[in-house]
Write a protein that binds this ligand. Structure first.
Ligand code: FAD
Length: 291
């Protein structure tokens, strides 16, 4: 089923992101974890794509398993430093495996690269156009409530986002954020810019302190004082930290839903217990979470 159809059917949705293994040795472990998450029957599940595309076959395999288990799969696809030929092959493989939904991403620039003028795809809007040419896919994209690190300012970033939507992007998933006020501000700006597609709020329950350091470095997300205290207090007690992070994420989600945001995506980090607890915490709030 196409994700846009799910959004029409279910007014509010809870979906989960998983990542594929980096090599064949880890495949079984990841397959097991993602299978357990699929058993929770979320509204859909997304599967990330390794930087540079080296692990593309695992993205397809995991997404295909999810689809076979009866949960709609959304396969991520990046075009950074790739060719049209390679991208078209990957799109054809996804189609052959029954995948109808693709999250079209540029991917992070390799370190030290700034001149991309020779590339066949320089930005995600070009990938969106290519996927749309290659078949009847539902295509989504990424957006950044705290501004993409390469953009000079929020206005420029939103103008570029509009190009992606105009190219055929039918929904947008946000980078993780920990302060809902930043997100509400962003929603106001993107709606004002004429971007009307559904926005899926990306929420990350950060269950260990090391993970948080990496997140800050990669996404440059603002961490509210309340979250810093939680990390300080419980970083030496993993189970307590996990419980507190799930409670924080749940609180964040309930506030979003109460303020009219309808679609929530959890960055599960392949942890079935985290996905299950959040789903259970919302069982009376989002109808599709009641199992
Ligand atoms: P773009 O939309 O191309 O934007 C990148 C930058 O270029 C922005 O600053 C934007 O303002 C600017 N820009 C966009 N279009 C134009 C244009 N036409 N002309 C000039 N400037 C433009 N990475 C992975 O490797 N694998 C994944 O699976 C993955 N999944 C992700 C999922 C989500 C929900 C998010 C938020 C990010 C994900 N990423 C993933 C990271 C993502 O690849 C990086 O953030 C990357 O740097 C930007 O990708 P993009 O698709 O947003 O690029």
């Amino acid at each position: 089923m196409k994700i846009t159809e799910i959004f029409q059917k279910n007014q509010q949705t809870l979906s989960f992101e998983v990542f594929p293994p980096k090599n064949s040795d880890a495949f079984e472990k990841v397959e097991k974890a993602t299978g357990e998450i699929a058993k929770l029957q979320p509204d859909f599940m997304s599967v990330t794509y390794g930087a540079g595309g080296g692990t593309s076959k695992y993205t397809t395999a995991i997404a295909s398993n999810i689809d076979k288990s009866g949960v709609t799969a959304l396969a991520h696809l990046t075009c950074v430093s790739s060719t049209k030929e390679k991208i078209d092959t990957q799109i054809a493989t996804l189609r052959e495996n029954g995948i109808e939904n693709i999250l079209a991403l540029r991917g992070d620039l390799p370190q030290g690269v700034s001149d991309t003028s020779e590339w066949e795809f320089r930005h995600a809007n070009e990938l969106v156009e290519e996927i749309k040419k290659q078949g009847d896919f539902c295509v989504g994209g990424a957006c950044y409530p705290e501004v993409h690190p390469e953009s000079a300012n929020s206005r420029e970033d939103i103008l570029n986002l509009k190009r992606k939507v105009d190219a055929g992007c039918e929904f947008l998933t946000t980078q993780m954020f920990f302060d809902n006020n930043i997100f509400y501000n962003y929603m106001y700006k993107i709606r004002e810019a004429g971007i009307a597609v559904p926005i899926v709020a990306g929420i990350m329950p950060v269950t260990n302190a090391k993970q948080m350091e990496k997140i800050i470095q990669l996404s440059q997300a603002f961490i509210p004082r309340r979250y810093v205290s939680l990390l300080d207090r419980y970083s030496n007690r993993p189970e307590a930290l996990k419980q507190a992070a799930i409670a924080y994420a749940t609180d964040q989600i309930i506030d979003l839903l109460s303020n009219g945001i309808e679609h929530i995506h959890i960055y599960t980090m392949n942890k079935p217990d985290v996905a299950a607890k959040i789903q259970n915490n919302l069982s009376e709030i989002i109808p599709s979470c009641k199992k």
